[in-house]
Ligand binder design. Structure first.
Ligand code: PEP
Length: 267
């Protein structure tokens, strides 16, 4: 185990696009990155690009993703493997569409749809049991930050999410630090704020899984990442990638963020 070397740039499309738009967004991104001459294999050895479209478009986008060397992921899943859970989607279903990743505990799930730490933890275990790699989102609200509770919130969320995981399981985990006040607001955490939160999370993970395993875990930053701030954020030692919402909905801006990651990686 060592320092993570492949930056992860993940595009969370949320509840946006229709089927045609989803296909053309993925295709346009692939074509824009391809036109620069680096092969998907060369790019992927430095920067892994993940697309997280809405469920109905996973198969379509998955075919395009495969063509351009992108990874496919889902935005959520249910913790039960099968049964009478109308409207829910299992980890095995997602894996069968070609998903490698699943976002869990996104702030919109926690704060708009009422997901608790316990639900997130159950989903993390179910994802791993289905062969999916969880991208576990944690982050404080502005009230929690202003009250000086950021570290308490992050500690509670991360410790609960990885509770009961084996070291083997933990190797498959990606963490995303997403301050709620920065998501979709245009307010980005400063590089120092993000680095401090990442370092704090990594220390908690080291307490639980050991320093080597914690240093090999990718911790992404999410919260209004745009082409103009991506390079500065990604240049921080503590930041190994970005979870991107709004700017992933335009192929040009998402491609620019991938380019920023490639530039940081080679500089
Ligand atoms: C997100 O959806 O995880 C996110 C960070 O959104 P945005 O980039 O729009 O802030």
């Amino acid at each position: 185990m060592g320092t993570p070397t492949v930056t992860f740039i993940a595009g969370n499309w949320k509840m946006h696009t229709d089927r045609d738009e989803a296909k053309s967004l993925a295709t346009s991104l692939g074509e824009q990155l391809q036109s620069e001459g680096s092969s998907p294999a060369d790019r992927s050895s430095r920067v892994e690009v993940g697309l997280f479209p809405p469920y109905p478009f996973l198969c379509d986008v998955g075919e395009i993703a495969e063509r351009f060397g992108f990874r496919l992921g889902a935005q959520d899943m249910y913790f039960e493997p099968v049964g009478a859970f109308t409207g829910e989607v299992s980890g095995a279903m997602l894996a069968s569409t070609g998903c490698r990743y699943v976002i869990l505990g996104h702030s919109e799930r926690r704060h708009v749809l009422g997901e608790t730490d316990e639900i997130v933890a159950r989903k993390v275990r179910a994802a791993l049991a289905s062969g999916l790699a969880p991208v576990i989102c944690v982050g404080e609200t502005i009230e929690q930050r202003e009250a000086g509770n950021t570290e308490d919130v992050l500690r509670t969320q991360i410790e609960s999410a990885v509770d009961g995981l084996s070291e083997n399981d933990f190797e498959k985990v990606t963490v995303a630090y997403e301050p709620v006040w920065a998501i979709g607001t245009g307010h980005t955490a400063t590089p120092d704020q993000a680095s401090d939160a990442h370092a704090f999370l990594r220390t908690r993970l080291a307490d639980r899984f050991g320093a080597d395993a914690a240093s090999a875990c990718r911790i992404l930053y999410g919260g209004s990442v745009k082409p103009d701030n991506a390079k500065t954020l990604l240049a921080q030692d503590e930041i190994q990638g970005a979870l991107v919402g709004g700017a992933s909905l335009q192929a040009a801006s998402f491609a620019d963020i991938v380019r920023a990651a490639l530039a940081v990686h080679t500089s």
